[in-house]
Write a new protein. Structure first.
Ligand code: NAD
Length: 256
């Protein structure tokens, strides 16, 4: 599917994987709407790639509506990438040396609200706008790509809410793809392993933490680069024969 001259929307596009995706979609000829909470980084990136920044909290359905309508006014919206997300690490109960406190329900709800429900809301609203597009020769009107995580399959200590939210994204990928096929819209999910992004900045010693994490990867023994995820996301957008799939990009982390 050719996205030249189209618009694209990337949630979480101000940072990390989303920012790499925004650059890659712009390089493919799309005008990218960066939908993110972080105005400073979002506006800087929008200026760099000739895109547009839209301040969007993916838990606010009206802000999503405004962003997808703004994208469609620029050009037909043909790509939507759901990269907005937060991590969380708290044990289900009790305390231990690594995980500070128990997982309270408010924290659990917040992670699910952003990572899962935010992804679904953007998906349904983007699909509504995409369904108005003229189909290409293949009958395609658009493509949606979600970012899940290997935590959907291999959740670690403290990841109950994060794994539940990402497992939900994996679970909805195929049914949503089935729902949207009749409208000419494909849906795929990319599940990253450990990727070197600002998501780890909140840790006390992020560089040491990331170096240690890299040792868990089969090969190469390092964290992944955002660009290595972005290229797979772009493949999911542009490859007209990919639909309903979840693809891991993780350096073989489940194999060591
Ligand atoms: P990041 O922290 O660099 O970027 C996430 C972006 O999402 C930020 O710009 C942030 O402002 C935005 N965001 C957060 N909450 C939002 C909200 N409510 N509304 C709109 N924007 C919001 O993180 P990243 O590493 O690039 O992660 C991107 C996606 O990939 C996330 O869904 C994350 O869960 C997933 N992922 C990351 C890794 C990793 O190791 N980095 C691994 C697996 C999955």
């Amino acid at each position: 599917m050719d996205i030249t001259g189209s618009s694209a929307i990337v949630t979480g596009g101000a940072s990390g994987i989303g920012a790499a995706v925004a650059r890659a979609l712009a390089a493919k000829g799309a005008t990218v709407v960066i939908a993110d909470l972080n105005a400073e980084k979002g506006e800087a990136l929008a200026a760099e790639i000739n895109g547009v920044f839209a301040k969007v909290d993916v838990t606010d359905t009206e802000q999503i509506t405004a962003a997808v309508e703004a994208a469609a006014e620029i050009a037909p919206l043909r790509a939507c990438v759901n990269s907005a997300g937060i991590g969380w690490a708290q044990r289900t109960i009790g305390r231990d040396g690594q995980v500070a406190s128990a997982h309270d329900l408010d924290a659990f709800r917040k992670v699910v609200e952003i990572n899962l429900i935010g992804t679904f809301d953007m998906t349904r609203q983007a699909a509504t706008v995409m369904s108005r597009n003229e189909p290409d020769a293949d009958g395609q009107r658009g493509a949606i790509v979600n970012l899940a995580s290997v935590a959907a399959f291999d959740g670690q200590i403290g990841q109950a809410s994060y794994s539940a939210s990402k497992g939900g994204v994996v679970g909805m990928t195929l049914p949503v793809a089935r729902d949207l096929a009749a409208s000419g819209i494909r849906v795929n999910t990319v599940a990253p392993g450990l990727i070197d992004t600002p998501i780890y900045d909140a840790f006390p010693d992020p560089e040491q933490f990331k170096a240690n994490l890299g040792q868990n990867v089969l090969f190469p023994k390092r964290l992944g680069h955002s660009e290595e995820l972005a290229s797979m996301v772009v493949e999911c957008v542009t490859n007209s024969y990919m639909n309903g799939e979840t693809i891991r990009v993780d350096g073989g982390i489940r194999m060591p």
